[in-house]
Unconditional design. Sequence first.
Length: 420
Amino acid sequence: MPFSIIRNDITIVKADAIVNTANPDVAIGDGVDAAIYKAAGEDKLFAARREIGVLEPGEVGITPAFDLDAKYIIHASGPWWEGGDKGEAELLRKCYDKSLILAAENGCDSIAFPLLATGTYGFPKELGIQIAVDAFTAFLLDHEMQITLVVFGEYAYHVSGKIFDDVKSFIDEEYVSAALEDEYQYDGIPEEPMEYMQCEAAFSDAETDSDASEESDEEDEFDEDWEEEPSDLSDEIGFPEPNYIKTQGGPREKGKNKRGIFANAMKAMSAARMGKAKESAPMECQAEMMFGTAEKTQSLDDALKEMYTDSFEKHLQQLINKKGLKNSEIYAAANISKQYFSKLLKGQVKPSKEKVLSLAVGLRLNLDETVDFLRLAGYALSPISQTDVVVKYFIIHEDYNVMKIDITLFDYGLDPLSKG
């Protein structure tokens, strides 16, 4: 992953270049500046800094790193926030751009930044993050470098600023909606009569006019096939091992009538709408849960062929062509390395769910397209996963950058998409 965010002391981070929030004058400032001078060797670093001279806001300079575990220290002079109408954003962007270019010119493969200007200098956090993310993304379109954003100690605020509050409200609304849908589903029976009839028909074939004892034996055999033996469908088409829905009364006892089986299937169908499809219904209903309602005349085999004729990498290439995007635009926005992206297109690696979500963001897919894209790779969005809901927020708001998503996940104490 070209970009990562960590919580650490920047003076002990290993990188080719360490960026310092420099005092514009030839003087040792507070905070990160003072810590870097102390760790690098105050006298040696100050002598090198004196050779650079005054740094106006938006300007940068470079010195050796001396006692730090790095090759260079890049000194960036950030602007003070004065309301936003004095070119502060442009000056801050220059700090990031020039630092990255200077690192590249000096042969650096990695660079560590603090979050510039959002502390003492008073920059709004969400604006500071957006500027940093935009600068990193633009740079990675044409360069390969490991960029690390280092948050020092216990931040007194969320790194993502107001974005954190907006996402939190969205998560709360999503959880309330999911809870209400669960609460008010009529015994899990779908709203659409056609779905009800189709699944009931799947069970009616198992009914016979035989006597009660034969029905009981046949039902026991059906129970075992259904509940104890997992379907081979997931193996055939690459889905992960399914979890099984458990009813309130625990595992279904042998001898329960088929109407109870049908009710369980309806509950599974309801769960499927919320991304919780489970392998607890006959094959036809399982397919409907995973793929959505097919055309009335479409058989299960036709539906499977339609979904899985193309390989994931072929479908990915088709989406790239359809969207009219450059490969570099996709892997930069998705925070995926060029090498990994190349392997994906060649079918040499199987992407994790996190990587598929990252690609969906890089491809700028809408929510429906993202659901289909995940499904093709054998995954689904989960309404009980905070990570999935955070990603959903950014997709709905058409904010397509995984770096920004990772920073928000960092604020929630969740693993970044880039880690998967």
